[in-house]
Design a protein. Structure first.
Length: 197
């Protein structure tokens, strides 16, 4: 099983390191051809405006939408979650529009240093470590989207079928829980919404 990681900017290496720790092969995605043979793709943090422009220029915008429509799993963290949303505010910008959420960019404030919190999650019994770096707030969410964890009463980790979005950075911790969950989604697409407790 091979997982692609969008490798334009941001912390794509940290995602790769996490997946390697879980024994999974990764490929850096910069072109449409790189996506071939991947079962899932991770859209990492960074600056969503820059990433969006790159996706559009390289034809990856449509390629990722098609990939998802054909059942490929997509996991967006922070800027990646912004790219997945149907509606983006502060300021408004276009997006892949795959996951029916509205996000407010930099919604938790423009802190330069990262803030770390531990919050309950349905993925495991212990609280989940969440590193926020100028993350978006999920302001509204369609009723059929599953909330796997929240922060300050806002959904922070959400899933619908083959789509997973985190407003924080699970790749910057040593806890593989969220990435392991993504791999389960990739491995069993038919049961992916019921795989979490
Ligand atoms: N603030 C960034 C944006 O709006 C996201 C920050 C991040 O990915 N850590 O695109």
């Amino acid at each position: 099983m091979k997982i692609g990681i969008l490798a334009i900017q941001g912390d794509f290496n940290a995602h790769a390191a996490m997946l390697h720790k879980l024994g999974v092969e990764t490929v850096e995605v910069r072109t449409v051809a790189d996506l071939r043979g991947c079962r899932g793709i991770i859209l990492p943090g960074g600056e969503s405006t820059t990433q969006l422009q790159f996706l559009q220029e390289e034809g990856l915008f449509d390629a990722i939408r098609n990939f998802s429509a054909q059942g490929g799993a997509v996991f967006g963290t922070c800027a990646g979650a912004i790219l997945l949303a149907t509606k983006v505010e502060n300021p408004p910008q276009s997006s892949l529009g795959l996951l029916d959420i509205t996000v407010l960019r930099n919604g938790y404030g423009r802190q330069l240093a990262s803030d770390v919190f531990f919050e309950p999650t349905s993925l495991k019994s212990d609280p989940l470590e969440m590193v926020f770096i100028r993350g978006p707030i999920i302001e509204s969410i369609a009723p059929d989207i599953q909330i796997l964890a929240s922060h300050e009463e806002k959904p922070a980790l959400v899933q619908k079928n083959n789509l997973l979005a985190a407003t924080f950075h699970p790749e910057l911790t040593s806890d593989p829980t969220v990435h392991r969950h993504f791999l389960q989604m990739v491995a069993s697409p038919a049961t992916n919404t019921s795989s979490s407790r």
